[in-house]
Design a protein. Structure first.
Length: 202
């Protein structure tokens, strides 16, 4: 399966997916890294790894629809079958999301359904939760609300700051995302009637 990773920034999750996909038995190929920000750090990292890259600056388009038409054209051009959102900071229209239904996943830095949206670590600390983490989910039109494929939890410890908590979570993100992509691409997990169906024996 030819996979595109969509980014907007540093691309550390992207790097972990590229690294994992180097394994000979990995059931997917990272065929494209696409950024809506031409200056995204991740683009350089992807190039260094020998992956095709593409920058489509959303600011160059009058509306979301025309931006997404350009996205679609690039995805078609590279014959992409599956999308991983990895720190991609543009909200996608319902139309685009529906078209990629069951074929687009995202990683989010919280234990969903808690803390959808931004500033997840800050909000977790403010609430005094003792367990936090990250989630990989299928993308649905509602933000951060799609069926859950995999989660990893970390403890919140006394003295934690937003930075220390984020650092603990990102380690798990880098482990979880490749694992989840593997499960989807080898058929262990798939979207069925709006829920994630796991293969028997898993
Ligand atoms: C990660 O925390 C991810 O969960 C969130 O955005 C951040 C992206 O970081 N969606 P990176 O660009 O992968 O380093």
């Amino acid at each position: 399966r030819r996979v595109a990773i969509l980014i907007s920034g540093r691309g550390s999750n992207m790097a972990s997916l590229i690294e994992a996909a180097r394994a000979v038995d990995f059931p997917a190929e990272i065929a494209l890294v696409l950024s809506n920000r031409p200056d995204a750090e991740g683009l350089e990292r992807a190039k260094e790894a020998g992956i095709a890259t593409c920058a489509i600056d959303h600011k160059a388009f009058p509306d979301r629809e025309s931006f997404e038409r350009a996205l679609d054209a690039a995805l078609r051009e590279h014959d992409i079958a599956f999308i991983c959102l990895a720190g991609f900071m543009r909200v996608l229209t319902e139309r685009f999301v529906e078209r990629w239904s069951g074929r687009m996943v995202n990683i989010h830095p919280s234990l969903l359904p808690l803390y959808r949206g931004t500033q997840t670590h800050r909000r977790a600390l403010a609430d005094g939760v003792l367990v936090h983490g990250c989630t990989v989910h299928f993308v649905v039109p509602e933000l951060d609300a799609g069926p859950i494929i995999a989660q990893a939890a970390v403890p919140v410890v006394p003295g934690d700051t937003e930075e220390s908590l984020a650092a603990r979570v990102i380690v798990q993100e880098h482990r979880l995302y490749p694992q989840a992509l593997r499960m989807i691409c080898d058929g262990t997990a798939r979207l069925e009637d709006g829920r994630v169906a796991f293969a028997r024996g898993w």
